[in-house]
Ligand binder design. Structure first.
Ligand code: SAM
Length: 143
């Protein structure tokens, strides 16, 4: 069930991807960025996991269009509400949200994930879960 959309819930601020390479997240076939912004994180995955399918949900039409143009056929940017995402096939789900929304991720998506899937959350922990690792400002969870 989709949540009401309020773009001011999560302002656009790009992640610092400097330490992403230190994460142990296997060899993902499908990476989903919920709120993909300018595509910075997906570009990092494109460069580091060239065989992975990459999907971004981005509600802001301008950012969705611009990042789709930049990523061309290496990723699919959906100009859609991320709360409607189907994460059942995802191997890695990337989040850069806000503290007050993190329980919403757990309630809405955790049961959808397949066993072994990783969730990488930048800056904000998911209160209901214990991370398997914390690397710099990344919290890593595994289903
Ligand atoms: C903090 S930025 C993160 C961008 C990117 N994931 C990164 O880490 O560099 C969050 C993005 O989520 C988008 N967003 C917020 N609510 C959304 C929603 N309900 N569905 C899709 N995108 C959303 C915002 O427009 C913004 O671009």
């Amino acid at each position: 069930m989709a949540r009401p959309v309020n773009l001011s819930d999560i302002p656009f601020v790009p992640s610092d991807t400097t330490h992403l390479s230190e994460l142990e997240i296997g060899d993902p076939s499908l990476v989903v960025d919920l709120g993909s912004g300018d595509g910075k994180v997906l570009k990092w995955f494109r460069d580091n996991y060239p065989n992975a399918e990459l999907i971004g949900y981005e509600l802001d039409e301008g950012r969705a269009t611009a990042s789709q143009n930049e990523l061309a056929n290496t990723a699919q940017i959906l100009n859609e509400n991320m709360w409607d995402a189907d994460l059942s096939e995802a191997d890695v789900v990337y989040l850069y949200w806000m503290a007050h929304l993190m329980s919403g991720f757990y309630e809405t998506f955790w049961n959808q994930l397949k066993a072994g899937a990783f969730v990488v959350s930048y800056q904000f922990a998911i209160p209901e879960l214990t991370p398997i690792a914390q690397v710099e400002y990344f919290y890593i969870y595994q289903k």
